[in-house]
Design a protein around this ligand. Structure first.
Ligand code: SAM
Length: 353
Protein backbone atom coordinates (compact mmCIF):
# COMPACT_ATOMS: atom_id res chain seq x y z
CA UNK A 1 0.00 0.00 0.00
CA UNK A 2 1.25 3.52 -0.72
CA UNK A 3 2.11 6.01 1.99
CA UNK A 4 -1.03 8.11 2.30
CA UNK A 5 -2.09 10.98 4.55
CA UNK A 6 -5.14 10.12 6.60
CA UNK A 7 -4.97 6.48 5.66
CA UNK A 8 -6.90 4.36 8.14
CA UNK A 9 -4.30 1.64 8.44
CA UNK A 10 -4.33 1.54 12.22
CA UNK A 11 -8.07 1.94 12.55
CA UNK A 12 -8.73 -0.87 10.09
CA UNK A 13 -9.51 -3.61 12.66
CA UNK A 14 -12.06 -1.31 14.31
CA UNK A 15 -13.75 -0.44 11.03
CA UNK A 16 -13.72 -4.07 9.96
CA UNK A 17 -15.28 -5.13 13.23
CA UNK A 18 -17.98 -2.47 12.88
CA UNK A 19 -18.72 -3.74 9.38
CA UNK A 20 -19.02 -7.34 10.62
CA UNK A 21 -21.16 -6.42 13.62
CA UNK A 22 -23.51 -4.43 11.39
CA UNK A 23 -24.29 -7.56 9.35
CA UNK A 24 -23.94 -5.48 6.18
CA UNK A 25 -23.70 -7.23 2.83
CA UNK A 26 -23.21 -4.13 0.68
CA UNK A 27 -21.03 -1.14 1.48
CA UNK A 28 -19.99 2.22 0.11
CA UNK A 29 -16.54 3.68 0.78
CA UNK A 30 -17.09 7.24 -0.40
CA UNK A 31 -13.57 8.70 0.07
CA UNK A 32 -11.69 5.51 -0.56
CA UNK A 33 -8.09 6.82 -1.01
CA UNK A 34 -5.83 3.76 -0.84
CA UNK A 35 -8.99 1.55 -0.80
CA UNK A 36 -7.73 -0.14 2.33
CA UNK A 37 -11.05 0.19 4.18
CA UNK A 38 -12.99 -0.97 1.12
CA UNK A 39 -10.60 -3.93 0.94
CA UNK A 40 -11.24 -4.77 4.58
CA UNK A 41 -15.02 -4.78 3.94
CA UNK A 42 -14.51 -6.92 0.84
CA UNK A 43 -12.37 -9.37 2.81
CA UNK A 44 -15.25 -9.67 5.25
CA UNK A 45 -17.63 -10.64 2.47
CA UNK A 46 -18.99 -7.21 1.51
CA UNK A 47 -19.85 -6.15 -2.02
CA UNK A 48 -18.23 -2.74 -2.02
CA UNK A 49 -18.50 0.40 -4.11
CA UNK A 50 -15.36 2.53 -3.77
CA UNK A 51 -15.47 6.21 -4.77
CA UNK A 52 -12.81 8.90 -4.84
CA UNK A 53 -11.99 12.08 -6.70
CA UNK A 54 -8.54 10.93 -7.68
CA UNK A 55 -7.49 8.89 -10.68
CA UNK A 56 -5.05 6.75 -8.74
CA UNK A 57 -7.73 5.72 -6.24
CA UNK A 58 -9.94 4.66 -9.11
CA UNK A 59 -7.06 2.56 -10.41
CA UNK A 60 -6.52 1.00 -6.96
CA UNK A 61 -10.25 0.31 -6.69
CA UNK A 62 -10.29 -1.26 -10.16
CA UNK A 63 -7.45 -3.49 -9.00
CA UNK A 64 -8.52 -4.44 -5.49
CA UNK A 65 -12.28 -3.85 -5.38
CA UNK A 66 -13.68 -4.38 -8.88
CA UNK A 67 -11.35 -7.22 -9.85
CA UNK A 68 -12.38 -10.69 -8.71
CA UNK A 69 -9.13 -12.55 -8.08
CA UNK A 70 -10.81 -15.80 -9.14
CA UNK A 71 -11.29 -14.41 -12.63
CA UNK A 72 -7.65 -13.39 -13.08
CA UNK A 73 -5.42 -15.53 -15.24
CA UNK A 74 -2.51 -15.92 -12.84
CA UNK A 75 -0.08 -17.10 -15.47
CA UNK A 76 -0.89 -14.19 -17.74
CA UNK A 77 -0.42 -11.78 -14.86
CA UNK A 78 2.82 -13.41 -13.85
CA UNK A 79 4.11 -13.25 -17.42
CA UNK A 80 3.14 -9.59 -17.71
CA UNK A 81 4.97 -8.67 -14.49
CA UNK A 82 8.01 -10.63 -15.63
CA UNK A 83 7.96 -8.98 -19.05
CA UNK A 84 7.60 -5.46 -17.61
CA UNK A 85 10.32 -6.11 -15.04
CA UNK A 86 12.74 -7.17 -17.76
CA UNK A 87 12.44 -3.88 -19.69
CA UNK A 88 15.52 -1.67 -19.96
CA UNK A 89 15.15 1.78 -18.40
CA UNK A 90 14.40 4.52 -20.89
CA UNK A 91 14.55 8.22 -20.04
CA UNK A 92 11.26 9.94 -20.80
CA UNK A 93 8.76 12.38 -19.28
CA UNK A 94 8.79 10.76 -15.85
CA UNK A 95 12.58 10.75 -15.51
CA UNK A 96 12.96 14.26 -16.86
CA UNK A 97 10.22 15.70 -14.67
CA UNK A 98 10.50 13.78 -11.42
CA UNK A 99 14.18 12.78 -11.35
CA UNK A 100 16.07 15.56 -13.16
CA UNK A 101 13.96 18.73 -12.87
CA UNK A 102 12.92 17.59 -9.40
CA UNK A 103 14.37 14.80 -7.28
CA UNK A 104 11.50 12.54 -6.25
CA UNK A 105 13.15 9.39 -7.61
CA UNK A 106 16.63 8.37 -8.65
CA UNK A 107 17.04 8.57 -12.44
CA UNK A 108 17.74 4.81 -12.72
CA UNK A 109 14.29 4.14 -11.24
CA UNK A 110 12.63 6.95 -13.17
CA UNK A 111 13.86 5.42 -16.41
CA UNK A 112 12.39 2.05 -15.40
CA UNK A 113 9.07 3.74 -14.63
CA UNK A 114 9.11 5.43 -18.04
CA UNK A 115 9.81 2.18 -19.87
CA UNK A 116 7.26 0.14 -17.92
CA UNK A 117 4.53 2.78 -18.08
CA UNK A 118 4.86 3.10 -21.88
CA UNK A 119 4.49 -0.64 -22.36
CA UNK A 120 1.53 -0.87 -19.96
CA UNK A 121 -0.15 1.73 -22.16
CA UNK A 122 0.78 0.18 -25.51
CA UNK A 123 0.32 -3.51 -24.67
CA UNK A 124 -2.22 -3.74 -21.85
CA UNK A 125 -4.54 -0.76 -22.24
CA UNK A 126 -7.53 -2.96 -23.12
CA UNK A 127 -6.59 -5.83 -20.86
CA UNK A 128 -8.25 -6.64 -17.52
CA UNK A 129 -4.67 -6.67 -16.19
CA UNK A 130 -4.29 -2.93 -16.84
CA UNK A 131 -5.30 -1.66 -13.36
CA UNK A 132 -3.36 -4.45 -11.66
CA UNK A 133 -0.16 -3.63 -13.55
CA UNK A 134 -0.56 0.08 -13.00
CA UNK A 135 -1.19 -0.46 -9.29
CA UNK A 136 1.88 -2.66 -9.14
CA UNK A 137 3.93 0.14 -10.76
CA UNK A 138 2.66 2.81 -8.35
CA UNK A 139 3.40 0.60 -5.35
CA UNK A 140 6.88 -0.13 -6.71
CA UNK A 141 7.60 3.57 -7.28
CA UNK A 142 6.28 4.46 -3.83
CA UNK A 143 8.76 2.02 -2.26
CA UNK A 144 11.71 3.88 -3.81
CA UNK A 145 10.60 7.49 -3.54
CA UNK A 146 12.54 10.27 -1.86
CA UNK A 147 9.79 12.10 0.02
CA UNK A 148 8.41 12.27 3.52
CA UNK A 149 5.16 10.79 2.25
CA UNK A 150 3.67 13.63 0.23
CA UNK A 151 4.69 14.96 -3.16
CA UNK A 152 4.66 18.67 -2.41
CA UNK A 153 8.41 18.39 -1.88
CA UNK A 154 11.24 15.89 -1.98
CA UNK A 155 13.88 15.48 0.70
CA UNK A 156 17.16 17.38 0.33
CA UNK A 157 19.46 14.40 0.14
CA UNK A 158 18.28 11.15 -1.42
CA UNK A 159 16.28 8.98 0.97
CA UNK A 160 17.83 5.62 1.76
CA UNK A 161 15.06 3.68 0.03
CA UNK A 162 15.50 5.64 -3.20
CA UNK A 163 18.80 3.79 -3.81
CA UNK A 164 16.96 0.48 -4.05
CA UNK A 165 16.01 -0.85 -7.46
CA UNK A 166 12.40 -0.49 -8.53
CA UNK A 167 10.76 -3.90 -8.24
CA UNK A 168 7.32 -4.86 -9.53
CA UNK A 169 5.33 -7.24 -7.36
CA UNK A 170 1.91 -8.77 -7.90
CA UNK A 171 -0.64 -6.96 -5.70
CA UNK A 172 -2.57 -9.26 -3.40
CA UNK A 173 -5.96 -9.52 -5.07
CA UNK A 174 -9.25 -10.38 -3.39
CA UNK A 175 -12.08 -12.69 -4.38
CA UNK A 176 -15.48 -11.15 -4.92
CA UNK A 177 -17.08 -8.40 -6.91
CA UNK A 178 -17.23 -4.65 -6.38
CA UNK A 179 -17.38 -1.31 -8.14
CA UNK A 180 -14.83 1.46 -8.66
CA UNK A 181 -15.97 5.01 -9.38
CA UNK A 182 -14.00 8.19 -9.90
CA UNK A 183 -15.87 11.38 -9.14
CA UNK A 184 -16.91 14.05 -6.70
CA UNK A 185 -18.87 12.72 -3.73
CA UNK A 186 -20.85 15.93 -3.68
CA UNK A 187 -22.41 15.36 -7.07
CA UNK A 188 -22.39 11.56 -7.09
CA UNK A 189 -23.82 10.42 -3.78
CA UNK A 190 -27.47 10.80 -4.64
CA UNK A 191 -27.17 8.56 -7.68
CA UNK A 192 -25.11 5.78 -6.13
CA UNK A 193 -28.03 3.63 -5.01
CA UNK A 194 -28.65 1.91 -1.70
CA UNK A 195 -26.17 0.31 0.66
CA UNK A 196 -26.37 -1.51 3.97
CA UNK A 197 -23.42 0.48 5.27
CA UNK A 198 -21.71 3.65 4.07
CA UNK A 199 -18.27 4.69 5.28
CA UNK A 200 -17.16 8.32 5.01
CA UNK A 201 -13.58 9.41 5.52
CA UNK A 202 -13.41 12.93 4.06
CA UNK A 203 -10.32 15.15 4.04
CA UNK A 204 -9.80 16.92 7.38
CA UNK A 205 -8.15 20.13 6.21
CA UNK A 206 -7.09 22.37 3.32
CA UNK A 207 -4.32 20.07 2.06
CA UNK A 208 -5.46 18.69 -1.24
CA UNK A 209 -4.83 15.10 -2.22
CA UNK A 210 -4.62 16.14 -5.86
CA UNK A 211 -1.47 18.18 -5.18
CA UNK A 212 -0.10 15.93 -2.44
CA UNK A 213 -0.14 12.96 -4.81
CA UNK A 214 0.18 14.68 -8.18
CA UNK A 215 2.80 12.19 -9.38
CA UNK A 216 0.36 9.28 -9.01
CA UNK A 217 -2.26 11.31 -10.88
CA UNK A 218 0.21 11.84 -13.72
CA UNK A 219 1.42 8.26 -13.73
CA UNK A 220 -2.15 7.02 -14.10
CA UNK A 221 -3.31 9.68 -16.58
CA UNK A 222 -0.02 9.38 -18.53
CA UNK A 223 -0.83 12.65 -20.22
CA UNK A 224 2.62 14.20 -19.64
CA UNK A 225 1.20 17.55 -18.57
CA UNK A 226 2.91 20.92 -18.31
CA UNK A 227 3.98 21.53 -14.77
CA UNK A 228 5.08 24.28 -12.40
CA UNK A 229 7.11 24.90 -9.25
CA UNK A 230 9.92 22.89 -7.73
CA UNK A 231 7.63 19.93 -7.14
CA UNK A 232 6.68 19.93 -10.86
CA UNK A 233 2.99 19.82 -10.08
CA UNK A 234 0.52 19.25 -12.89
CA UNK A 235 -0.68 22.50 -14.43
CA UNK A 236 -4.30 21.50 -13.77
CA UNK A 237 -3.58 21.48 -10.03
CA UNK A 238 -4.64 25.13 -10.35
CA UNK A 239 -7.90 24.31 -12.09
CA UNK A 240 -11.17 24.49 -10.18
CA UNK A 241 -12.17 21.11 -11.56
CA UNK A 242 -9.46 19.45 -9.47
CA UNK A 243 -10.49 21.16 -6.23
CA UNK A 244 -12.66 19.66 -3.53
CA UNK A 245 -15.17 21.48 -1.33
CA UNK A 246 -14.01 19.18 1.45
CA UNK A 247 -10.68 21.04 1.50
CA UNK A 248 -12.35 24.42 1.99
CA UNK A 249 -12.96 25.54 5.53
CA UNK A 250 -15.99 27.62 4.55
CA UNK A 251 -17.61 24.76 2.61
CA UNK A 252 -16.55 21.55 4.32
CA UNK A 253 -19.40 21.32 6.83
CA UNK A 254 -22.15 22.01 4.32
CA UNK A 255 -20.59 19.58 1.84
CA UNK A 256 -20.47 16.85 4.46
CA UNK A 257 -24.02 17.59 5.57
CA UNK A 258 -25.27 17.32 1.98
CA UNK A 259 -23.54 14.01 1.43
CA UNK A 260 -24.84 12.55 4.71
CA UNK A 261 -28.36 13.64 3.81
CA UNK A 262 -28.17 12.10 0.36
CA UNK A 263 -26.61 8.77 1.22
CA UNK A 264 -29.04 5.89 1.11
CA UNK A 265 -27.67 3.53 3.74
CA UNK A 266 -29.16 2.00 6.85
CA UNK A 267 -25.89 2.39 8.75
CA UNK A 268 -23.42 5.20 8.29
CA UNK A 269 -19.90 5.27 9.70
CA UNK A 270 -17.87 8.48 9.63
CA UNK A 271 -14.20 8.97 10.46
CA UNK A 272 -13.13 12.35 11.73
CA UNK A 273 -10.99 13.84 14.48
CA UNK A 274 -11.06 16.50 17.14
CA UNK A 275 -8.57 18.86 15.50
CA UNK A 276 -10.49 19.63 12.34
CA UNK A 277 -13.23 21.94 11.15
CA UNK A 278 -16.39 20.12 12.21
CA UNK A 279 -17.16 19.65 15.90
CA UNK A 280 -18.52 16.43 17.37
CA UNK A 281 -21.80 18.22 18.11
CA UNK A 282 -22.11 19.24 14.47
CA UNK A 283 -21.31 15.73 13.29
CA UNK A 284 -23.94 14.28 15.60
CA UNK A 285 -26.45 16.85 14.45
CA UNK A 286 -25.75 16.03 10.79
CA UNK A 287 -26.83 12.47 11.58
CA UNK A 288 -29.92 13.40 13.55
CA UNK A 289 -32.24 11.91 10.91
CA UNK A 290 -30.97 8.47 11.95
CA UNK A 291 -32.66 6.79 14.91
CA UNK A 292 -29.44 6.79 16.91
CA UNK A 293 -25.83 7.90 16.63
CA UNK A 294 -22.78 7.18 18.75
CA UNK A 295 -19.33 8.65 18.61
CA UNK A 296 -16.47 6.32 19.40
CA UNK A 297 -13.28 8.09 20.34
CA UNK A 298 -9.81 6.64 20.00
CA UNK A 299 -6.60 8.02 21.31
CA UNK A 300 -4.84 9.08 18.12
CA UNK A 301 -1.38 8.16 19.37
CA UNK A 302 -2.29 4.68 20.46
CA UNK A 303 -5.18 4.57 18.00
CA UNK A 304 -6.46 1.00 18.10
CA UNK A 305 -6.91 -0.79 21.36
CA UNK A 306 -7.42 2.57 22.94
CA UNK A 307 -11.05 3.44 22.68
CA UNK A 308 -11.46 6.06 25.32
CA UNK A 309 -15.11 6.92 25.33
CA UNK A 310 -18.54 6.48 23.85
CA UNK A 311 -20.87 9.46 23.57
CA UNK A 312 -24.61 9.39 23.21
CA UNK A 313 -26.50 11.69 20.81
CA UNK A 314 -26.61 14.48 23.37
CA UNK A 315 -22.85 14.44 23.61
CA UNK A 316 -23.03 12.88 27.06
CA UNK A 317 -20.35 10.36 27.65
CA UNK A 318 -21.26 6.79 28.31
CA UNK A 319 -18.40 5.01 30.02
CA UNK A 320 -15.01 6.29 31.04
CA UNK A 321 -12.94 8.78 29.15
CA UNK A 322 -9.40 9.69 30.04
CA UNK A 323 -8.77 12.92 28.15
CA UNK A 324 -10.33 15.05 25.49
CA UNK A 325 -7.59 15.87 23.05
CA UNK A 326 -6.07 14.20 19.99
CA UNK A 327 -8.91 11.88 19.35
CA UNK A 328 -9.78 9.96 16.24
CA UNK A 329 -13.52 9.69 15.99
CA UNK A 330 -15.65 7.00 14.47
CA UNK A 331 -19.29 7.97 14.38
CA UNK A 332 -21.83 5.20 13.91
CA UNK A 333 -25.42 6.13 13.04
CA UNK A 334 -28.45 4.07 12.10
CA UNK A 335 -31.12 1.89 13.54
CA UNK A 336 -31.13 2.07 17.38
CA UNK A 337 -30.68 -1.63 18.07
CA UNK A 338 -27.95 -2.00 15.52
CA UNK A 339 -26.04 1.04 16.74
CA UNK A 340 -26.17 -0.39 20.26
CA UNK A 341 -25.04 -3.79 19.08
CA UNK A 342 -22.17 -2.27 17.16
CA UNK A 343 -20.94 0.12 19.82
CA UNK A 344 -21.78 -1.30 23.21
CA UNK A 345 -19.33 -4.14 23.23
CA UNK A 346 -15.85 -2.71 23.60
CA UNK A 347 -14.28 -2.65 20.15
CA UNK A 348 -10.86 -1.35 21.07
CA UNK A 349 -10.26 -3.85 23.88
CA UNK A 350 -10.36 -6.83 21.60
CA UNK A 351 -7.76 -5.16 19.43
CA UNK A 352 -5.09 -4.28 21.93
CA UNK A 353 -1.77 -5.40 20.53
C1 SAM B 1 -8.75 10.92 4.49
S1 SAM B 1 -8.53 10.41 2.82
C2 SAM B 1 -9.27 8.81 2.80
C3 SAM B 1 -8.31 7.76 3.24
C4 SAM B 1 -8.83 6.34 3.09
N1 SAM B 1 -9.92 6.05 4.00
C5 SAM B 1 -7.71 5.37 3.31
O1 SAM B 1 -7.67 4.70 4.37
O2 SAM B 1 -6.84 5.27 2.44
C6 SAM B 1 -9.69 11.39 1.97
C7 SAM B 1 -9.92 11.05 0.49
O3 SAM B 1 -10.97 11.86 -0.01
C8 SAM B 1 -10.74 12.09 -1.38
N2 SAM B 1 -11.58 13.25 -1.77
C9 SAM B 1 -11.38 14.56 -1.51
N3 SAM B 1 -12.40 15.29 -1.96
C10 SAM B 1 -13.29 14.42 -2.50
C11 SAM B 1 -14.55 14.57 -3.13
N4 SAM B 1 -15.10 15.77 -3.28
N5 SAM B 1 -15.18 13.45 -3.57
C12 SAM B 1 -14.63 12.22 -3.45
N6 SAM B 1 -13.42 12.03 -2.86
C13 SAM B 1 -12.76 13.11 -2.39
C14 SAM B 1 -9.24 12.30 -1.47
O4 SAM B 1 -8.77 12.08 -2.78
C15 SAM B 1 -8.74 11.29 -0.44
O5 SAM B 1 -8.38 10.08 -1.06
Amino acid sequence: MIKYLGSKKRLLPVLGEIFSRSGAKTALDLFTGTTRVAQEFKKRGGVVTAVDLSRYSKMFADCWIATDSRAVNVKELDDAIRHLSSLQGQTGYFTETFCLKSRFFQPKNGAKVDAIREVIESDYKNSTLYPILLTSLILAADRVDSTTGIQMAYVKSWSERSFNDLELRIPELLPGSGTAIQGDALSLTESLGEFDLAYLDPPYNQHRYFSNYHIWETLVAWDKPDHYGIACKRIDTRADSTKSRFNEKANMASALRKVIQEIKASTIVISYNDESWVTSDELMEMCSHFEDARLLAFDSKRYVGAQIGIFNPKGKKVGAISHLRNQEWVLVAGNRNLVSEITEEEIGASLAR
